[in-house]
Design a protein around this ligand. Structure first.
Ligand code: SAJ
Length: 406
């Protein structure tokens, strides 16, 4: 039996996948409400394909509990909150989950950590917890890092099709964990050591951050001379070794905008490019604000309540608002502007800001400028309703000739 600890965005789909592969799974979370809901067959977040997978896992006998189980294999997918001031991850939930596992597990158990952690976390924070209890690592207990790699909006597909990394000290343990993951992962499973697994996860997200920053810098360059960044990158990308990403209103989510900071923190003298990329991406909400001001000035619009931000999620077709560019933009507006501007997101049900409309038509009727911050399918399907407004299309998804761009 495998006990999955943490039933959020990563832990739940992973638990369901493993259950689907025929292994007995118990999912544990300390949130009573969440466990109750899952035990009653009700999902707590939306994700493509999750409903069907949930049903299959239930018919394969998956169980949910607030209790840690006594077993041999644990997979930890607990949150690692980011401290915005220190730019560091707080490993407290991983440490406390490891301790709860140690209070319950069989001798020789395997603890697989999936949560994103900064390079060196296992050596610095986890091994000492085990040693403090007098446990011999590699005999009494085994540590593994198998960082998750799935992207919200396409999680189920990516769980099956993305390659996995398994970092462990002992090849025999890597082999056992590989067997679990190969029950649902159709792609390559790469075995390595713990430190390399930690580092590779962080550099994947850093690589993407740096590449998005390049696209964002190009957008700013093109804006100064009124050139079309999308046309220029489309042409450049015809080159067989060029693949420029898409500029946007900023980089959101809990991963790409966070992980590069671990490298900057640990290697301050060696990370000029990574730090500059982070700052470039963080500057994009302010760039959007400048574009909003340009449009207001051009059209003699003085009242900020005539501006509506479409999208609160951090990216298209998800309801996750963590570090979202829209929230970053609101933080960068002075109080008066932030209070007046209107906001709408069809997927985000929780009320997060003032003037957050729940009805799209009311939102559109009240404003003159629509700022498309997120490319949800919903807005693509509602072009008719926005096409007569002034549109600032920060995602280049609106089929409207006169739309303003970044
Ligand atoms: N973005 C751009 N331009 C682009 C691509 C993305 O501005 O060309 C923006 C998005 O709009 C969004 C942000 O970047 O605000 C991040 O979105 P994303 O879809 O690139 O990535 P995430 O945060 O959803 O998921 C990432 C993934 N990592 C990589 O692609 C290297 C995912 O595979 C990881 O599992 C996840 O981080 C994680 O949990 O670490």
């Amino acid at each position: 039996m495998i006990n999955i600890i943490g039933l959020g965005y990563i832990g739940l789909p992973t638990a369901l996948m493993i259950a689907k592969s025929g292994v007995k799974v118990v999912g544990t979370d300390n949130n009573n409400k969440l466990v109750k809901s899952l035990s009653e067959g009700k999902l707590t977040f939306e994700e493509k394909g999750l409903g069907e997978l949930f049903e299959e896992a239930i018919s394969n006998g998956i169980e949910f509990s607030t209790e840690y189980q006594k077993t041999h294999t644990y997979i930890l997918a607990v949150p690692t909150p980011f401290n915005k001031e220190s730019k560091k991850l707080d490993p407290k939930y991983v440490i406390s989950a490891v301790n709860s596992v140690l209070d319950n597990c069989e001798s020789g158990a395997i603890i697989v950590i999936e949560s994103t952690i900064a390079p060196g976390t296992i050596d610095k924070y986890i091994r000492p917890e085990l040693e403090r209890r007098g446990l011999t690592i590699g005999v009494d207990i085994h540590l593994v890092h198998a960082p998750e790699r799935i992207t919200p909006g396409n999680m189920i597909y990516e769980l099956e099709h993305n390659s996995r990394t398994i970092g462990a000290d002992d090849p025999e343990i890597s082999g056992k964990v590989k067997k679990i993951y190969s029950g649902f992962c159709k792609s390559e499973i790469v075995l390595t050591d713990i430190r390399s697994a930690e580092m590779s996860k962080v550099i994947e997200n850093t690589y993407r951050d740096v590449n998005i920053a390049f696209a964002n810098e190009l957008a700013k360059i093109c804006r100064t001379d009124n050139m079309d960044v999308y046309e220029i990158t489309r042409i450049a990308n015809k080159h067989p070794r060029v693949n420029i990403l898409q500029p946007g209103p900023g980089v959101g989510g809990h991963c790409i905008s966070v992980d590069p900071w671990f490298l900057v923190g640990d290697y301050p003298d060696l990370t000029n490019l990574i730090l500059t990329a982070r700052k470039t991406n963080d500057s994009m909400p302010r760039h959007v604000l400048g574009r909003i001001r340009d449009i207001m000035r051009e059209h003699g619009i003085k009242d900020i309540s005539k501006v509506g931000l479409y999208g609160l999620a951090y990216k298209e077709n998800v309801d996750d608002t963590r570090e979202s560019p829209t929230l970053q933009l609101l933080e960068r507006m002075d109080e008066h502007l932030a209070f007046g501007v209107k906001v709408f997101d069809p997927l985000v049900k929780e009320r997060i800001v003032d003037h957050q409309f729940m009805n799209f038509e009311d939102f559109i009727n009240e404003i003159e400028i629509v700022v498309v911050m997120v490319g949800h399918d919903h807005v693509k399907n509602n072009m008719e309703l926005i096409k007569d407004k002034l549109v600032l299309d920060t995602k280049n998804i609106c089929a409207i000739d006169k739309a303003y761009k970044l």
